[in-house]
Design a protein around this ligand. Structure first.
Ligand code: MOS
Length: 662
């Protein structure tokens, strides 16, 4: 089965948020702060209002009051004179054309006062224990004593830099008011229901009077996971001028206002006996956010489920700096955390002179080592063995060539969802759900899930999503989409089949999910990398990348493979090229694709993904674990471990650019 909307996308028929045709549309363009810390003294709106075609200027000086969001201060658009970081939204110009709006935004003068030097430095756990603790810390046994008395010790600090999601479609909204109380937005996001409830709350509207449409989304990776400020700005601008307004965040502006992966400074301490049995695992991670949004990367998360160490300390600390707000980027926590943990395991294996796969096998836990719950299924060792055999693990390599391996893991969670199934007659069905397809192929996967539940061919099912008017659904995030939405789709279809006379059936999975038994549910995988290092230029190439996964049942092999190799490609970027650089004011310097380097075709030579059959009845009715994120988890560690194999040198700070390696 090919991707349902594939033809629409390649022929240009698929409409993205910015493109919906509306009458009398106006355009907004954003102005962002040029200082990191201080206050807005004045916005010289009159000067640009005099320009032909300019319809309005919005800023803290005239913006209508919104209900405050205390969790995510980014949504309090133009509600304060305070400037919290460089690149923050400070004003918007609305004009007849996008060109006029952009030019007026460029020339709009904003004066600042009380500017002070920003606090920008993220310290490592070895330097400070003063930062605010966050997340679920773990303290088991006596980690300090166990480490001090361990026969073999490893104590290393790993650093990952700020990294940015770069979906092909930057964040964009088309906002249309019907009077002053009814709002429709065409918006690029990962969860229409969530955007709907957020807009209703901020603008004090009835939820039923807010409609959020997201038919096609050109990638998100987490950056569109919760509503971002652009959608608030667009709604405010449209109301201010009494016309529909299109607002697209520019690629450059995205870097500051739609989030990024926090840099991390992670200290890992491993203690083991001479046979490589871990006695202690200490994983501490310092991370950052802004002063306006609560957000933590939580790199220590994967260390909850990895390895059988009886003494364990997992501690995350959060620095609130004068920088843009951090947010979700594919596998937040797991991607950065498994970089550190899986490099540390490789270092320990070298110290013990033990094969790194064998070290992992010796430390495989029977149950979840932190919660004690049984795993619903755990096939890490199967993935390592299958990968080793497919990859030719252990074969000798020429000089400056090396092989590396790392484990991967990602939780298999579900969130409550609703879905509706309807008989259309003539054996055809329609299924509706406020899910969203951010490019993953969700529309296609859910069509298959519905067809299977109804016992019909996929062609007999029309799956409609991307509209908050459909039954409420959780967002496309945390690799939970297919399992959450799929459970609701199956239940709606089952309910419809159980009522032969009913025209439609609505399912809600809230109770089912609340009452699920206590299993530790996680996907596992193994990543293998071959690298070559040029000893003259320091350039690293990755001729081969292989991933093997155990992810429950795979719903659609073509889509799954794309998710895996897409994640691995992002892992390749994380390892070698991706790095956003702060200037002295805490603004990002390299804010475009010419300077922020995501892997291109020439960087990805041979990349492949396989999966083991896994029959896990304790997950959900479709027996599937999420697959969107596991591909990036551990990939950078496999590459870094291969670089060590090639050079004999351990580089612990990402990315491994020529400057680092030389
Ligand atoms: Mo993804 S970072 O869970 O949207």
């Amino acid at each position: 089965m090919s991707r349902i909307e594939g033809r629409d996308k390649v022929t240009g028929a698929a409409r993205y948020a910015y493109e919906f045709p509306v009458e009398n549309v106006a355009y907004a363009s954003a102005v962002t702060s040029t200082i990191a810390c201080g206050e807005i003294e004045a916005v010289h709106a009159a000067e640009v209002l005099a320009m032909p075609g300019v319809l309005g200027v919005l800023s803290c000086e005239n913006a209508p009051r919104l209900t405050r969001d205390d969790q995510d201060g980014e949504l309090n658009v133009f509600q304060s004179r305070r400037v919290s970081y460089r690149g923050q939204l400070v004003a918007a110009v609305i004009a007849e054309t996008s060109e006029t709006a952009r030019e007026a935004a460029r020339v709009l003068r904003v004066d600042y006062r009380d500017e002070r030097a920003p606090s920008l430095r993220l310290r490592s756990p070895a330097e400070t224990q003063d930062e605010e603790p966050h997340g679920d810390t773990v303290e088991m046994g006596d980690p300090d004593a166990a480490f001090a008395s361990a026969a073999v010790q490893l104590d290393a600090t790993y650093r990952t830099p700020p990294e940015h999601n770069n979906p092909m479609e930057p964040h964009a909204t088309l906002a249309c008011w019907d009077g002053d109380r009814k709002l429709t937005v065409y918006d690029s996001n990962q969860g229409p229901s969530r955007v709907q409830s957020t807009l209703a709350r901020l603008f004090e509207l009835d939820k039923s009077d807010v409609r959020v449409i997201a038919q096609h989304v050109g990638g998100g990776f987490g950056s569109k996971g919760t509503p971002r400020p652009h959608v608030v700005l667009a709604a405010m601008a449209a109301r201010a001028v009494g016309r529909p307004v299109r607002f697209a965040v520019t690629r450059q502006q995205m870097f500051a206002i739609t989030g990024y992966r926090s840099p991390t400074a992670q200290r890992v301490r491993l203690g083991a006996d001479r046979n490589g049995h871990l006695t202690v695992l200490v994983h501490e991670s310092n991370e950052q956010t802004s002063t306006v949004r609560d957000f933590a990367e939580e790199a220590i998360k994967p260390s909850r489920v990895m390895y059988r160490a009886p003494n364990r300390r997992l501690a995350g600390r959060l620095a609130r700096l004068d920088v843009p707000s951090t947010s979700w980027m594919r596998a937040p926590g797991e991607a950065s955390g498994m970089y550190a943990l899986e490099c540390a395991m490789d270092e320990l294996a070298r110290t013990l002179d033990l094969d790194p796969i064998e070290l992992r096998i010796r430390n495989e836990p029977e149950n979840d080592p932190t919660s004690g719950h049984p795993f619903s299924s755990r096939n890490l060792i199967g993935c390592l063995r299958e990968g080793a055999s497919r990859f030719g693990w252990g074969s000798p390599t020429p000089s400056y060539t090396g092989l590396g391996v790392a484990a991967s893991t990602y939780p298999a969670n579900r969130a409550p969802s609703q879905a509706m199934a309807r008989r259309d007659g003539n054996g055809h069905y329609t299924v509706r759900i406020a899910a969203v397809d951010i490019g993953t192929g969700a529309r296609t996967a859910l069509t298959r899930v519905a067809a299977e539940a109804l016992g019909v061919e996929p062609s007999a099912v029309t799956l409609e999503l991307g509209d908050s008017a459909f039954p409420k659904a959780p967002l496309a995030g945390g690799s939970t989409g297919t399992a959450s939405w799929g459970t609701a789709v199956v239940r709606a279809c089952e309910k419809l089949l159980a009522e032969p006379d009913a025209r439609e059936a609505l399912a809600d999975t809230a109770d089912e999910i609340k009452n699920e038994p206590d299993y530790s549910r996680h996907a596992f995988g193994a990543h293998f990398a071959e690298v070559t290092v040029d000893p003259v230029t320091g350039e690293i190439r990755v001729p081969r990348l292989l991933g093997v996964y155990a992810v429950g049942r795979v719903i659609d092999p073509v889509l799954a493979r794309s998710q895996f190799i897409g994640g691995m490609t992002m892992g390749l970027g994380m390892a070698l090229t991706e790095h956003t650089v702060f200037d002295r004011d805490g603004g990002f310097v390299n804010t475009d694709l010419a300077q922020y380097h995501v892997p291109a075709c020439a960087d990805v030579l041979s990349i492949d993904a396989f999966w083991l059959d896994e029959d896990d009845a304790d997950l959900n009715p479709i027996a599937a674990k999420g697959i969107g994120e596991i591909g990036i988890v551990g990939t950078a560690a496999a590459i870094a471990n291969a670089v060590h194999d090639a050079t004999g040198v351990r580089f612990r700070d990402l990315p491994l650019t020529p400057q680092t390696v030389l």
